[in-house]
Ligand binder design. Sequence first.
Ligand SMILES: [Zn+2]
Ligand SMILES: [Zn+2]
Length: 366
Amino acid sequence: MNAIAAVLNQPDGPFSIEAVDVAQPQAGEVRVAIKAAGICHTDLVVASGAMGLQFPAILGHEGAGIVDAVGEGVTGVKPGDKVLLTFNSCGACKPCQRHEPAYCSHFVPLNMIAARGDGSSRVTRDGKQISDNFFGQSSFASLAIANERNVLKVDDGADLAVLAPLGCGIQTGVGGVLRSLGAKAGEALVVLGAGAVGLSAVLGGQIAGCATIIVIEPQEGRRTLALQLGATHVLDGQGDMATAVRGIIPEGADIVIDTSGFMPVVVQSVNMIANRGRIGLLGVPGSLDAALPVPVVQFITQGGTVRGIIEGDSEPEVFLPELTAHHKAGRLPIETFIKTYRLDQINEAIDDAHHGKCVKAVLLID
Ligand SMILES: [Zn+2]
Ligand SMILES: [Zn+2]
């Protein structure tokens, strides 16, 4: 046994801390000694088994650590490098060739099901396979096998406990506003939900120079946090939100970004936008059948847009360095909403997240 991992033995947990063996990296792979790993909502969705996860399994997809070993052909990183881990992509399909790896044709098998196409795993417990390779990393463990495509070298001085969530939640929120929806200075932005992704969207709006940033969020503590991070107005989500938004910006919002997946408010977004307004959807609703009815004549007249967003349209090798630079310059104070836990406190961290006691939990691994 050369590692410890938070292993999920059955749907919805609990996670149990167990000794495991993590194999040497194969061609194109990178073995990383994980130092920090954020918990993201997707971990909890997948933990239910709804996406076809085979148990036992190791989740975790916001890992950060130090390269421990590299497989044949890996030239981008070397042992001892500090790295952030992010989502995986194939590099060969049309979207990848267009520099849009978040829309990789193989995104689901490469990220969501914690398996490899050949059925192999790099992690075993008492000689038996454990599902790994979740988002090309399975980083709720002290050692993880990633791929050269989904590791990014950062400065030796980087604080991995703060930067780990850049690999999914933070790049999704900031990138959703800046890259997917192209926010511009002076525009009016509405953010639905003020979890880690929503607050990151607020910070994206700040970076773009949005003149008005309205956050709709039921929890008072999170509304306060949103105001501290640059929201100009907050609403609690009660009643007719489109009317409330137009009470603040009569012409409507240039951008509405949903990070909540809470459909009773999401359906109101179509009446919040201004002419040429853009609606971005990235919060996953509880039901696969959730639908957003678009008033066709109104949308034609307004030139409105609705689009789905994965990972903030991030091209990690380009966007993660931009985000680390924003953080260094003080424009991305994400430590404001990060709470750290030890790996063996993972169940407590998830419970706290469910009960609104923390916004972004990051596990620290010795
Ligand atoms: Zn691809
Ligand atoms: Zn995520």
